[in-house]
Design a protein around this ligand. Structure first.
Ligand code: MN
Ligand code: MN
Length: 302
């Protein structure tokens, strides 16, 4: 049995960038606020949860062509990364590697998919906590093995989602969160959802039908026999959205079958000191090193 923290590094760095002042800079004047926030968050997580291992997981491709083929609008309207963030990823990779922290990605896929694959490979008695600001990943929640720590404010406050918390917040079982997300959509990812179906209706539909197939089958009946009989407007919307729903059934679930490459650096304290000095990260690096030293299992070795 092992307890692992899987960090959605791409999502968390983005949040940290906006949560911390951009006046946090290295001696050359480049912002290092996201790295700062990310390293401090990691140190806090290691101290508070004492995991056996922490894995930092990156988007290898934040907008995979395979998803865009199914739905061209997928993330199409996303603004480009703010200036000053991409370079901070390079700094973070160097620091984590000098700390001997495992870093993972799946070629051609999002961090979401790499995380999905890592969760699917866990042993039954493993405990995994996925740390993210991306609600897509709530679909991975499974008691007792996988829970999600979701960023509430910046990256300093996290909400724990187990099956009960998913039910309490969204009214659906975690195992069916993905169907709920398909119907509801996600405008920030360019996914409009089914016309007129918000969280409340999506929840009611997922609860009333055993599967999306059962929902679609009922929508094809004239008149429908299930819950749709009482929601005439939703019937037309669902019929109309059938191709959309088919595309989403492919697009929204995170993959469990992608190859994940894990790079394990070797802890090198001299290199780490040099990096910390060069990038103005002495404080966060010291705090993270202390957290790792105090939590024997926090480094890469079993
Ligand atoms: Mn993501
Ligand atoms: Mn996502």
């Amino acid at each position: 049995m092992s307890h692992r923290l899987l960090l959605d590094t791409s999502s968390l760095m983005y949040r940290a960038y906006f949560a911390l002042p951009r006046t946090i800079r290295d001696p050359d004047g480049s912002p290092v606020n996201a790295v700062h926030g990310y390293l401090d968050m990691t140190a806090r997580l290691i101290s508070s949860r004492s995991p056996d291992e922490v894995v930092h997981v990156y988007d290898h491709d934040w907008r995979p062509a395979r998803r865009v083929e199914r739905w061209p609008g997928y993330k199409a309207a996303r603004p480009p990364d703010p200036e000053g963030l991409p370079k901070q990823f390079d700094v973070l990779r160097e620091v984590l590697s000098a700390l001997g922290q495992p870093q993972a990605e799946a070629e051609g896929w999002e961090a979401d998919d790499a995380l999905g694959a890592l969760c699917s490979r866990a042993n039954a008695d493993d405990r995994i906590e996925v740390v993210t600001g991306d609600r897509d990943l709530l679909q991975l929640v499974r008691d007792p093995s996988v829970s999600v720590l979701f960023t509430v404010k910046g990256v300093s406050e996290l909400a724990v989602f187990d099956e009960r918390a998913v039910r309490a917040k969204y009214g659906v079982e975690a195992s069916r969160y993905v169907e709920f997300a398909i119907l509801r959509g996600d405008p920030s990812d360019g996914l409009p959802g089914v016309r007129g179906v918000g969280e409340k209706t999506a929840c009611a539909l997922v609860s009333a039908y055993d599967s999306l197939d059962a929902l679609l089958a009922d929508a094809r009946l004239d008149p429908p026999e299930g819950l749709l009989a009482r929601h005439p407007r939703a019937v037309g919307a669902i019929r109309e959205a059938e191709p959309y729903i088919e595309a989403m059934r492919w697009l929204v679930p995170v993959r469990s079958d992608v190859d994940v490459r894990v790079l394990r650096g070797v802890r090198d304290d001299d290199r780490l000191d040099a990096l910390a000095a060069r990038h103005g990260l002495a404080g966060p690096v010291r705090r993270l090193r202390e957290a790792l030293n105090a939590c024997a299992g926090g480094d890469a070795s079993p």
